[in-house]
Write a protein that binds this ligand. Structure first.
Ligand code: GUN
Ligand code: FE
Length: 422
């Protein structure tokens, strides 16, 4: 049995808007599974080794629930363009390069390392349409100690000829990829139709059948941008609303993630709530590409599940501290544009969306709940520079807004310490 005991100031998010803080506590995990958070170390652990992080914050690590791995080299590029033009000008030419698995290896090993260093231990991530490179991505993530889901992208109705697959190829490669993915334990496959404009109905129905047959999770994009929505409605005469283009084809389940949902109206939000679909809010990306500002408070009030994503590279970075701040600021924009009628997100609420809300998608409870897989990071937060002695919650608030360089000192995922600062 492997035992991990971390001592320090432990802050976790047990419910939306709530933080649990223990000034000098012990977080205990056995075989990578959390046993509990304790004020005093239970006697059965008395003789065990303790990693002493006194003076540091022990926080839940991040789950980045939406990002595009192949776009990592083009972070921050082309963001003066709207979504549909940007896709053709930037992501598509870059994604076409992933026929080259050596290139994929170089990018994905760096991405995995950089995610870990930023405290991200769980992902739901898009690859490109290439099966071999998708396997490279899964390998590199798993090697780095990251867990979650990755998807070979399906796109048989491409907007460019150099990055496309026929319907038959897409089906065949997806089946082969599902077979090949069996060798991974911590990164599992997720069905990933890029978005309705890039997939034919025939392919969507095929993917929906796979979801049902193998009980697979789904990730895609929804209601991100006005031109995108118009395209979908023109392509799908059987659908009155964008969401139906997924729902009618079997891709709308309680294991479905939909990124963005900037323009989701009440009806679309109700469809998400009724079917347990999870929204992935990507505030940075929505501003970068001028997509809009998503109605996250309405979603939360209506009982829709919401998590956060960096959306690298519509978003300009992979640091989830930024995604948390973007979510807060996006909600403040809505608050301001709405005559202050809609409450903005507090730090505790946005933090919950980044570290605890995703747990449900992975079959776990919020916070450092016993039974959860250990996902934790150690934060040094320059306490000597604080204006006066700060309690643990204030320290977290300050750390979120400051996004201080090199503040993460160590990261744990399951049984492993996957990052240790020099
Ligand atoms: N919609 C379809 N593909 C993409 C993508 O790569 N990035 C973003 N932001 N939206 C998309
Ligand atoms: Fe995206």
């Amino acid at each position: 049995m492997s035992l991990r005991i971390l001592r320090g100031t432990i802050v976790s998010a047990p419910a939306l808007g709530e933080l649990d803080a223990l000034e000098d506590g012990f977080l205990v995990a056995e075989d990578g599974v959390i046993q509990g958070v304790y004020e005093t170390l239970p006697p059965q652990y008395a003789a065990a080794e303790v990693e002493d992080w006194s003076g540091h914050l022990i926080l839940q690590s991040f789950s980045d629930m939406h990002l595009h791995a192949p776009q990592y080299p083009m972070l921050g590029m082309g963001l003066d363009m709207p979504l549909m033009d940007w896709l053709v000008a930037y992501p598509f030419p870059l994604e076409a390069k992933y026929t080259d698995t050596d290139f994929a290896r170089r990018v994905y090993s760096k991405l995995a390392k950089d995610l870990v260093e930023r405290g991200t231990t769980r992902v739901c991530i898009f690859s490109s349409l290439h099966r071999e490179s998708t396997l490279v991505l899964m390998e590199e993530l798993e090697k780095a100690g990251i867990i979650g889901y990755a998807g070979k992208v399906n796109m048989d109705r491409s907007m460019v000829d150099y990055l496309s697959e026929t319907t038959e190829e897409s089906k065949r490669e997806t089946l082969q990829w599902l077979e090949d993915s069996k060798r991974f334990t911590n990164i599992r496959p997720m069905i990933t139709p890029r978005f309705t404009p890039s997939c034919t109905d025939e392919l969507m129905y095929f993917l929906g059948d796979l979801v049902k047959k193998y009980d697979l999770p789904v990730q895609s994009h929804l209601s991100e941008n006005d031109a995108e929505i118009e395209t979908v409605l023109a392509l799908c005469p059987d659908c009155e609303h964008y969401w139906e283009s997924y729902a009618k084809r079997g891709l709308w389940t309680d294991r479905t993630l939909m990124a963005h949902c900037v323009w989701s109206n009440e009806q679309e939000r109700r469809a998400m709530k009724d079917h347990g679909v999870t929204v992935v809010h990507c505030g940075d990306s929505n501003w970068d590409l001028c997509s809009g500002t998503a109605p996250v408070r309405d979603m939360l009030n209506e009982g829709v599940k919401v998590c956060l994503g960096s959306d690298c590279a519509g978003g300009d970075n992979i640091d989830m501290f930024h995604s948390v701040v973007a979510a807060i600021r996006a909600s403040k924009v809505r608050h301001l544009m709405d005559n202050k009628q809609t409450a903005f997100l507090t730090v505790a609420e946005a933090w919950y969306l980044a570290v605890s809300a995703p747990n449900e998608f992975f079959g776990e409870k919020p916070g450092f709940a016993p039974g959860n897989r250990l996902g934790a990071m150690i934060l040094a937060d320059d306490e000597e520079l604080a204006p006066y002695p700060l309690d643990a919650k204030k320290r977290l608030e300050r750390a979120v807004y400051r996004r201080q360089k090199n503040c993460i000192r160590a990261v744990y995922s399951g049984e492993k310490k996957i990052f240790a600062a020099e």
